[in-house]
Design a protein around this ligand. Structure first.
Ligand code: C5P
Length: 223
């Protein structure tokens, strides 16, 4: 078994979040969690001490259930992450956290009205950005960006804004990104160098990302 990440503490977020409006309605997105779980499985196989903070997903995985912290909302995901920020070597932000949440939520089901209505939204917490502010020299972080246009400019902006060491870019094309078993990625690093990969299954993509991370930032167990 490859144990190159033995003794490394790695946090990974995966899946979507759900921002409830009332007990039966919520804002969410199409994230399946497959990419995040594939990375978590690969990390576990490499001997890392992995904490997987997962939004609601329905996938079968070989990743140990007792290492999964299940959450619903972006705020819950942030709180779960915060408990570990200080002690981790690497954070991998793979979750598709909902950008907005309802400004006011109702504990009872909101009644349907005849005419149009307005739902006020407010920005959700940006977990990766918050970690980017507090992370130390020795801590590394990896972000993801799903972009439909100006792909590389947007990815570079996010890398800088959220203080990532690597950003993995994908697009919502057929067979890539949300829900599929395959993904086609480009990795951008701190030097803004681009590395493009062909379409692969998410298990192979996970290995490409982790190999790149280990080689770029020398994240291996010290003898
Ligand atoms: O949604 P966005 O494109 O800004 O996501 C870029 C990166 O930031 C992803 O790695 C995502 O997991 C992370 N993110 C986060 N919290 C948010 C939004 C995004 O951690 N509220």
């Amino acid at each position: 078994m490859e144990t190159s990440l033995k003794n490394k503490k790695i946090l990974i977020t995966a899946g979507p979040t759900r921002e409830y409006i009332d007990p039966v309605r919520f804002i969410s997105n199409e994230s399946s969690g497959k990419m995040g779980y594939a990375i978590a499985e690969a990390l576990h196989q490499m001997g890392a001490d992995v904490i997987l903070i997962s939004g609601p997903v329905s996938i079968t995985s070989s990743f140990p259930k007792n290492k999964i912290v299940s959450v619903m909302s972006g705020n819950q995901m942030y709180e779960a992450c915060q408990k570990h920020f200080e002690n981790i070597d690497v954070a991998i932000f793979c979750a598709a956290v909902a950008d907005y949440k309802a400004k006011n939520t109702s504990v009872i089901k909101i009644k349907k009205i005849e005419n149009e209505t307005t739902l006020e939204l407010e920005k959700n917490v940006d977990i990766a950005f918050e970690f980017g502010k507090v992370k130390t020299e020795n801590q590394k972080s990896v972000g993801f960006a799903l972009e439909t246009n100006n792909i590389h400019e947007n990815a570079v902006d996010k890398l800088k804004k959220k203080n990532f060491d690597l950003i993995v870019v994908n697009s919502p094309n057929v067979n890539e990104g949300f829900g599929y078993d395959t993904n086609k990625i480009t990795i951008v690093d701190k030097n803004l160098s681009l590395f493009s990969f062909p379409l692969k299954n998410k298990k192979e993509v996970a290995l490409d990302i982790l190999t790149h991370l280990k080689n770029s930032y020398n994240i291996i167990e010290e003898e």
